[in-house]
Design a protein around this ligand. Sequence first.
Ligand code: ATP
Length: 739
Amino acid sequence: MHLKSLEISGFKSFAKKAELDFNTKVTAIVGPNGSGKSNVAESFRFVLGEQSIKSMRGKRGEDLIFNGSGDVLRMSKASVKIVFDNSKRFLDIDFDEVSIERTVHRDGNNEYWINGSSVRLKDVSELLSKANIGSTGHHIISQGEADRILSANIKERKSMIEDALGLRVYQYKLAESNKKLEKTEDNIREVGLLRKEIAPHLKFLKKQIEKIEKAEELKRQLEALYGEYLKREYVYLEKEKDALEKEGKDPKEKLERLEKELKDANEKLESSKEKDEKSEELLSLEKEIQMVRGEKDSLTRELGRVEGEIQSQKRLIQRQEEQFSSNQPIPFDEVKNLSLQVEKDLDSISIEEDFSVVRGVLLKVRESIKTFISRYQNTESDLLKEARSDVNKLEGEKGDIEKQIEEVDIKSNSINSKYEKIQKEIEAEKDSERSAETAVFRIRAERNEVQSILNDIKNREIIYLKDKNNFDEELKEGMVLIGSKITSFKIFQIEGEESREKQESRRKELEKMKIRLEDMGGSSDDVVKEYKEVAEREEFLIKELEDLEKTSSSLKDLIVDLRNQLDTEFKDGIRKINTEFQNFFSLMFGGGNASLSVVEAQKRKKSDLDIFSEEEIEEEVEEGIDISVSLPRKKVKGLMMLSGGERALTSIALLFAMSQVKPPPFIILDETDAALDEANSKKYGDMIENLSKHSQLILITHNRETMSRAGVLYGVTMGTGGVSKLLSVAFDEAVVVAK
Ligand code: ATP
């Protein structure tokens, strides 16, 4: 026995607290009409969570609260508490005793408690439905509702039977699962939308990342190329620096030496200017020579004049002498000899340059002639004597002049030799100037040569400096592009020598790579970070989608399982109910047949309505439960044809069959026996006893037979105050009270 007690307070006509103990299998509640018996049945519905106020004969929650009467004030709330014995854990809660309480306030607010703890309606419904105390109240048959199962449509009937079979829990689970599935599908759509939303951004970021990765790859390539380029350049520059220093050393020294030599040679050239002074001296000597020559000329002329005079005197003398000696023949041979002698002497000096020799010869010639003449001369006249004295005088004069000439000649000779000496000196100096000039030319040529070598070196130095500068710039740029890794270029291994052109083409390749790298744009940490975030989000969404799809598919599986289970258990239940139904029915009617049949949902052709129509109209048939009965000894078939009593009996048979298959902890039957005659009341009483083996029964009744089957009887009375009162009564009292 699970039901222990019920406490009603402020509920409908129960203004004062009323308590019912159910420590027996069958409890009957009796009392006159309108005393409040049905209110007790409704208080069960109320406390078990009934939400239909109508099913408790009210319009609003307020209608359930005691409304006051002449001398009793209306109540502010209605409360009902039901207590179960849960020592066998028929309720899925770990307490030996479980109380469920519900209160409704005038504002329509409801409160629920389980064992004194405030809970939600859902908690109460879940707890009860698992114990087959469903909210459809199949185990609470209100007054006049006995044939509700017969009058319900097939769908409602199905739901009532499912409830009675305890399949509500599946329905509940199914609804829950469907709801969950719907929510999961919603979430799947939502996640799909979110993924769709971030997809273009993710695609964009992915492309950016690809670019960045490409740039990184390019950077790695650049790093390698840089390594080789810088190393080779470094080696080249070091080598070139050494070479320039080495190659420049000798030419520089040579140039220095040449410059010194040139300076010396130039100095030598400078010194040859002295020769001008000598030229001047030479000129003055020339003038002197000229002067001496003039002197000599005038002396010679004087000599000539003196000699002319001498001659003319001599001719005079001769003529005088001839006059004396004209008769004196002079042998021809003698004259001829003289002539020959003179001729001979004169010839001897014809080319003589030495004046003194010439003079000597001439004096000899004169002496020869004088001697010749004196041989043939007689006495001389006075004139002759005078002439002779003149001649002597002139001869003296002539001697003087000749002496002077001689002096002049000596002077001239000295000047001439001096002139020649200086001239020779000048020549010699000219020679040394020429050699100095040659030296200057030679040195200059050599200097030009060295200069050209040095120019070459200078040019190479310029190129070296330019290259060095480029190298430094490249290093700086590399630092910006690749970072400090660039500085480790020295460890790069290079193999073999190569031409500068190769390095140049490597440099061009570097430039190209740098441009490409620049075109790719710098790597932004923000993009990487954002990509990471978005990708993580995408991953999260995919994971979530996977989880959701898993959930969805397991929910679908669960739903299929639940449906199958429901279907199996339902069909199985129907089979069992049919067996019981048949039993109870034939017990009630002393034979006949009664059964339930499952109607599957389908579309049925409805073509018989319009025979002219070629259209086939379809009608939807809902799933549900059909009831077919055939009474014994009567040809009547179908529920419509049953009398009121027969209907009551059929529905009681079905209700009892349902309760038999899946017995609820308790069943409340409110005047279900009202329409029964005495014979049927007896059969009803038997069936109740049978039923009470599995479920506790609370029977509201006016039927004596029914009362007689109860262990405990409660009488309900209502005084003039309109307040219901409860009291435990004995059978005889009950019979009285019921009236
Ligand atoms: P019968 O035997 O005729 O079926 P009953 O014993 O089942 O009668 P109920 O229907 O349970 O009687 O009780 C009805 C009584 O309860 C009525 O007198 C009605 O006035 C009273 N009642 C119903 N609701 C309230 C309420 N909110 N406040 C006060 N009294 C109420």
